[in-house]
Design a binder for this molecule. Structure first.
Ligand SMILES: [Ca+2]
Length: 317
């Protein structure tokens, strides 16, 4: 073959190879570009993902803090509500117990509760009437009614009470016309009754009000006719139960008294305050400034009984 033809073929061959190389290079470049693009997109996606996670991680503490704050506020609200309810409950209890306002305030403030103040029992002698010692007559029964004579602010009503009577019953005792009345003396108190089995019977009157100061006098004097035996007594408020105006709360009606043996004829008897004694040992003397009433007691052993009483008076000094 000739050289020019060979050169031509060679040049053509080179040109072809060159075009193929360029094409190949272009293809490789296209491939590289696509790959680069994919990688770039992947990197971008990962970056976005990482950025999103970072946002989430940044947001989570805020959300957690929000829940904590909500719980804290709710808890504080519940505690405040419980506190208000507790205070209202304590105040309600204090009101129901009728305690002093200071006690309710102490309850509400959770301080130590002071002892509830209780008024001491009223002394029935705070408003006592007082005998002046000038009008000693208690009763001569000439008015015909069961009331004692109204001298020196004295008020009282004679009554008979037996151990067979119902507790709390009251039998006013009116005077009886004497078998042999005189112009100045027509009535007296007649005590008569059958056999009794317990403590007996008492003819008595309580002062109204319940305390009377008889200390201006030395004792009591009266006329009586039996036969029989009576215990003449003056009660002071210490032997009378609280519910009947006295101050006694235990072993009441241990009256200061003295035994008197009556005769079949009218006779005058005087019993001084100091002669009236209580039953038992280590007892207190009668306090004539705090008398509650007078009584004539008949023991069951001395029943049946039938005697008269008249001209009852305080003994002048
Ligand atoms: Ca009389």
């Amino acid at each position: 073959m000739n050289q020019p033809a060979n050169d031509e073929k060679l040049l053509t061959r080179v040109a072809l190879l060159h075009e193929q190389a360029v094409a190949s290079s272009n293809e490789q470049l296209a491939v590289d570009r696509a790959t680069f693009r994919q990688r770039l997109e992947e990197l971008t996606r990962r970056k976005r993902l990482l950025a999103g996670r970072a946002s989430i991680q940044t947001l989570e503490p805020a959300v957690h803090s929000w829940w904590v704050q909500l719980l804290a506020v709710t808890g504080a609200g519940l505690l405040l509500l419980l506190g208000v309810i507790s205070v209202q409950h304590l105040r309600h209890q204090a009101t129901r117990a009728q305690v002093l306002p200071a006690t309710a305030a102490a309850l509400a403030s959770n301080r130590q509760v002071p002892t509830i103040a209780v008024d001491p029992p009223r002394d029935p002698c705070d408003a006592r009437k007082r005998a002046r010692g000038k009008e000693p007559l208690i009763d001569d029964f000439e008015d015909g009614n069961p009331l004692i004579a109204a001298f020196e602010d004295r008020v009282g009503l004679w009554s008979l009470f037996k151990d067979s009577d119902f507790a709390g019953s009251f039998n006013a005792m009116s005077p009886t016309l004497l078998a042999h009345p005189t112009q100045k003396n027509r009535y007296a108190l007649h005590a008569v009754g059958g056999e009794l089995l317990n403590w007996g019977a008492t003819i008595s009157f309580p002062f109204q009000p319940a305390c009377y100061d008889a200390s201006a006098y030395a004792g009591v004097t009266f006329s009586a006719r039996g036969p029989g035996r009576v215990f003449v007594g003056m009660r002071d408020v210490s032997v009378v139960p609280v519910e009947y105006g006295g101050t006694c709360t235990k072993d009441c009606y241990n009256t200061h008294e003295k035994k008197v043996d009556l005769s079949a004829r009218w006779q005058s008897y005087t019993v001084l305050w100091g002669e009236m004694r209580q039953r038992g040992y280590d007892t207190k003397p009668l306090d004539p400034s705090r008398t509650s009433g007078m009584s004539f007691l008949v023991h069951a052993a001395d029943t049946p009984y039938d005697f008269w009483i008249d001209d009852v008076k305080f003994t002048t000094r």
